[in-house]
Design a protein around this ligand. Structure first.
Ligand code: ATP
Ligand code: XMP
Ligand code: GLN
Ligand code: MG
Length: 516
């Protein structure tokens, strides 16, 4: 680990915007990581943070089940910033009073700063600032020794600090873009209060990650890396290669769910790299396991397990392999698990929630704190080619989660053709690199058509094209009608078995990007 690097720890109490806190801090060039609020004091100390942020969360501090931290956290001598629920928890644990407010605040509120000496340094006492609130509880009485730093109409204590100047709380969310002074507040906390230096960059991330992998793996052990040809796993492979050199073997699995020509393209690409890549054609195995399965989560579970089985079998052949490196990113994790249990699982990403409980290989996931755009920045830093860095994401479960209903060879063949046309036309029109993802989905229904005076009764293909920054939210892309017409015309004319094309106009939320 980089000994000089200052780090901020974010403890997650289940807020929808926790990930943004860490991100905003990294944008200030200070390294930040998120951990569940359930980790103990020892783990917190081992992280040696220069500051700790307590996130918001859905609970109320007086709930029976409310997530808490040990009171001793506030005596570590490390500055703490509580945000929303985090502030309420700080109040509760240090002897103040939190109450359900009659007037709840959701959305924008006007904040009046009363003291601009530290957290609000550089901000005006004269004008109100627009901040974003999302709470039903509020601070009725601050803990002994605290003073109020800012107020809003419905929160008499919208920000507070203790007399040592180490503990701070804000009722609003500085991490969201709608809080105009959010970045100033986080910068004041990180630099003025915690005393961090803005030294963290993607280059230092590479250095740290490589050092950490070397340390974990040691001088002898071998590592396999699950390589898909996507940017996440390619960056992972390069990092691991820097750390262990020739002791890395990359495994590229053909799970029978890849796109047209994908296996050839990926292999061809890596043939020219210094990575040692093994190709495993496991399509029969995957497709036989998926036979008759229609439930999306069941598909994902089967694919996750089969991947691991294939990796373990390859590891056996290579011999003495202890570690499996994967390109898991932060969004893969939050959608798959929630700290409160399975209730909020949206979908099990094959590389996270889909993993078997008893897995022999130990995981190395150097990117698991990052978002896609951060990984792309890393790719740039590592000198990867443009087409690889900007390749659209393609999920590990592949076409299986784009065929609604049972996955069969026939249906795969139809979807592969339709998908190839989508990619070709998106590239030809210059739209491919402008959008987050663009792909075809095969629906499990047939509709009536008329072709050459004959009645047809055939499949429907849905087009899904979305814009997104980090896959957490997305909107459907307003593609030009002419392009949509070309896509529809070509798919219906060229793909046997399809007589209708529809365009998906749902945003995420409430829909998701993939259909399963
Ligand atoms: N066909 C495959 N063979 C080997 N490993 C795979 C395959 N598909 C997915 N994986 C593993 O699962 C991880 C997650 O897949 P995911 O699609 O999120 O990432 P990616 O393929 O690296 O990048 P991208 O999101 O750009 O497609 C990959 O990083 C890789 O480690
Ligand atoms: O590697 C992956 N394994 C998976 O199981 C998986 N499921 C979704 N995705 C990709 O994640 C992003 C968000 O997708 P959703 O809005 O459908 O959840 C989108 O970019 C999806 O393509 C996956 N990637
Ligand atoms: N956004 C939050 O952290 C909300 C905290 C708490 N549940 C409230 O409603 O006040
Ligand atoms: Mg992929």
């Amino acid at each position: 680990m980089d000994a000089t690097g200052d780090r901020i720890l974010v403890l997650d109490f289940g807020s929808q915007t926790t990930q943004l806190i860490a991100r905003r801090i990294r944008e200030l060039h200070v390294y930040s990581e998120i951990r569940p609020c359930t980790i103990g004091l020892e783990e917190i100390k081992a992280f040696s943070p220069k500051g700790i942020v307590l996130s918001g969360g859905p609970a109320s501090v007086y709930d029976q089940e409310a997530p808490r931290v040990e009171r001793a956290l506030f005596d570590l001598g490390v500055p703490v910033l509580g945000i929303c629920y985090g502030m309420q928890l700080m109040t509760y644990l240090l002897g103040g009073q939190v109450e359900r407010s009659l007037k709840r605040e959701y959305g924008p509120a006007n904040l009046k700063v009363l003291d601009n000496s530290d957290l609000f340094h550089g901000l005006s006492l004269e004008r109100p600032y627009r901040v974003w609130m999302s709470h039903g509880d509020r601070i009725e009485k601050m803990p002994p020794g605290f003073v109020c730093l800012a107020e809003s109409e419905n929160s008499p204590v919208a920000a507070m600090k203790d007399k040592t100047g180490r503990l701070f709380g804000v009722q609003f969310h500085p991490e969201v873009a709608h809080t105009e002074i959010g970045k100033d507040i986080l910068a004041n906390f990180v630099f003025k209060i915690c005393g961090c230096q803005p030294t963290w960059t993607m280059a230092s991330f590479i250095e740290e990650a490589v050092a950490r992998i070397s340390q974990t793996v040691g001088p002898e052990e071998k590592v396999i890396c699950a390589l898909s040809g996507g940017v996440d796993s390619s960056v992972t492979a390069l990092l691991v290669h820097r750390a262990v050199g020739e002791r890395l073997v990359c495994i590229f699995v053909n799970n029978g769910l890849l796109r047209k020509g994908e296996a050839e393209t990926v292999l061809d690409f890596f043939r020219h790299s210094h990575l040692n890549v093994r190709y495993v054609d496991a399509s029969d195995l995957f497709l036989s396991r998926l036979a008759g399965v229609t439930d999306p989560e069941e598909k994902r579970r089967i694919i996750g397990h089969t991947f691991i089985e294939v990796f373990e079998a390859e590891a056996q052949k290579i011999g003495e392999v202890k570690y499996l490196a994967q390109g898991t990113l932060y969004p893969d994790i939050i959608e798959s698990v929630s700290f409160r249990g399975p209730s909020a699982t949206i979908k099990s990403h094959h590389n996270v929630g889909g993993l078997p409980e008893r897995m022999k290989l130990k995981l190395i996931e150097p990117l698991k704190e990052l978002f896609k755009d951060e990984v792309r920045e890393l790719g740039q830093e590592l000198g990867m080619p443009y087409e690889l860095i900007w390749r659209q994401p393609f999920p590990g479960p592949g076409l299986a989660i784009r065929i609604i209903g049972e996955v069969t060879r026939d249906r795969l063949a139809i979807l592969r053709e339709a998908d190839a046309i989508v990619t070709e036309e998106m590239k030809a029109s210059g739209w491919y690199y402008k959008v987050w993802q663009s792909f075809a989905v095969l629906l499990p229904i047939r509709t009536v058509g008329v072709m050459g005076d004959e009645r047809t009764y055939e499949h429907v293909v849905a087009l899904r094209v979305v814009d997104s920054l980090d896959a957490m939210t997305a909107d459907w892309t307003r593609l030009p009608y002419d392009l949509l017409a070309r896509l529809s015309g070509r798919i219906i004319n060229e793909v046997q078995g399809v007589n209708r094309v529809v365009f998906d106009i749902s945003s995420k939320p409430p829909a998701t990007i993939e259909w399963e």
